[in-house]
Design a protein around this ligand. Sequence first.
Ligand code: GAL
Length: 765
Amino acid sequence: MDRRDFLKATSGLIAGAAALPANAQQAQSGRNVFPLNRGWRFTRTPSDAARAPRFDDAGFERVALPHANVRLPWHGFDEKDFAFVSLYRRRFKLPAGLRGRHVFVDFEGAMTASTVFINGVRLGEYKGGFTPFSFELTPHIDWDGDNVLAVELDSTERADIPPFGDRIDYLTFGGIYREMSLRVVAPSFLENIFAVPKDVLTGQPALDVTCFIQHLASSAPMRLEVTLLDGDKVIAHAAKAVPASAAKAEPVPHALTLTGLGGVTLWDLAQPHLYTVQVRLLAQDRVIDEDRSRIGFRQARFTDRGFELNGKIVKLRGLDRHQTFPFIGQAMPARVQRRDAEILKQNLKCNIVRTSHYPQSRHFLDACDELGMLVLEEIPGWQHIGDKSWQDLSVDNVARMIRRDWNHPSIILWGVRINESKDNHDFYVRTNAAAHALDPSRQTGGIRWFQESEFLEDVFTMNDFDFPLKPPNHPLYLNTEFVGHTFPTKTIDNVERLTEHTLRHARIHDQLASNPQYAGGIGWCAFDYNTHGNFGSGDHVCYHGVMDMFREPKPAAGFYKSQCEPSDEVVLEPAFHWAIGDQSIGFSKAVVCSNCDHLKFLIGGKLVAEADPDRAQFRHLKYAPFVLELPVDINHWGDLTIEGYIGGQRRIVKHYSGAGVDKKFALIADDLALIADGADTTRVVFRVTDAFDAILPFADGAIRFELDGPAEIIGDNPFALVGGTGAIWIRAKEQAGTARLTAHHPRLGLQRIELKIAQPPPQLI
Ligand code: GAL
């Protein structure tokens, strides 16, 4: 199993070792972690009887996690459709030889309140859909026979649980939508690891490692060993005696420091170098537990000069992200979560993402670590603050978020206020104190919408939707939302609107670039998202993204992309479609986002215009958009060619057909290989384009799919194109083989792709 698939520390109780075959002996690491994502039985009609171990669940649906309690259309559905109580059951048998050890069940995320039963015994209810939770199963385990876990999952919008209690502008959906596992440990075990690199710029970096040991029974003296690894290579090592302990409810922290790290490679945006911290707990020289976590050596601080990474100012340029997807809500597996990070980094060239408005998938965060993408992570919530017990849950959310994610080098700021809520002194003193106590190495922020708000955090993080922006009212200042609902834009909107959407993002970033005290800006938002009926465009979608829900770009995406250095990629993205008609003939200004310094425009092969970046309008952006009058003459209409020059050299050429003919039908899969675990999924995009592969925004055919082999379609079939494009997702079933997808366009024929679906590692049965 890949290292990134190690389970990260969860709230209070962790899991953290590689998957083992069900019949494996106790591993060298001392712990066993059994992912348990396949073989669940699911019903939408729970009953008390179904919690009992001997209940016959053969009639229930067989499902794999991540799971959505219902599949939905991509828009135009009722938010009540996923708001119901369901029941999940999973039968399992533990391998021999584990008696005497402790068994925990670790859930990474289930929406919204999970009441967990083992062998008919109720263990408790966990309230919260975005944070991990665990229960101990040990006293109720049948070591020799079958065990049955049952989860009664309440996916209604419960007013006692953040973010609910009032209206919110997003949907949470329902289901056990993240992975889970069983963890079998010794009576003393590693509950969590927190590794903090320090003095990273001094030439003498060190690593403070706090190891949290949980004692479930009195223990004899033990020994802790901490090793820093670069791949397989040992970089440093330290050990420490752990005194005998009487059983305690709380994990006991033990601190060690690794020194002599003079040669470590820093984690930065261009080279996000990752190390692994391995921690071993030994009793009489026998390893009784082992855990590991990836880390990066970097110094990340907001100062009155902006945001500094490793002592250098980095102007933050990013987008907010909801982790929801069409048809299935949040129930997407690692591959698809990771893909969003790739899109943000590689397609949108962002350097920061905000996990609005909740802790997001660990897979997404892992990818941010690997790609060099900074993250502002925040607790669940939206404008509403509930009563005392609601606030207690929210403070607990702070702790669970931080204890799960504190080793991610990508995370630079904890968001510890309910997004855009009113002030609440006592509550926010508590959330800030919790964050600072747990993680003194990171600053806090808290996203607000009014500058007069009481400032209890380290960084003033502000949703400012005005233009011009308000001046910073605090030396440490970051804009966390702009544009969004002030200018919703669909891929099918007219050119004037698409252009203005692009310019609004550009104008804000231009102003942010004008003043070093703006640490940067995170625009609303990356991807269109499903929402409640009282928000959005009337079809349960907020069209606020620079990409649509299928992660297909609007022209505003081109602005973000164009801000990268040409050495990364030479970018040239028009904010218009080259289509004859009312929307393009005579349009007063043509906008092109590019990091070139000069553009030439040819129509039908004839040079019609040249342009330089519009530095009059965008005085501060390094790569100002080009704004020009394009002389369009209906009598000399033809293909458009745009040439991009840097330092006099032609570096990029793009062509757009003037024919107005749907020419090509493309089918593009993000991946051609999946794992047969019932959950692994990839996106398949389809587009109708001109002869030069430019999307034709008015193409609206219905695409019909046939799928053979061990996979299923997540999505509409047929799928009516939106703005010339669309996407479905292909999810592997639990058999290995080859899946063949055929897509038929009504006139442009068919396209095929083949996906290889490989055998997954075994799981407990
Ligand atoms: C903000 C809010 C976001 C989203 C956005 C739409 O006020 O924080 O969640 O609703 O508006 O522009």
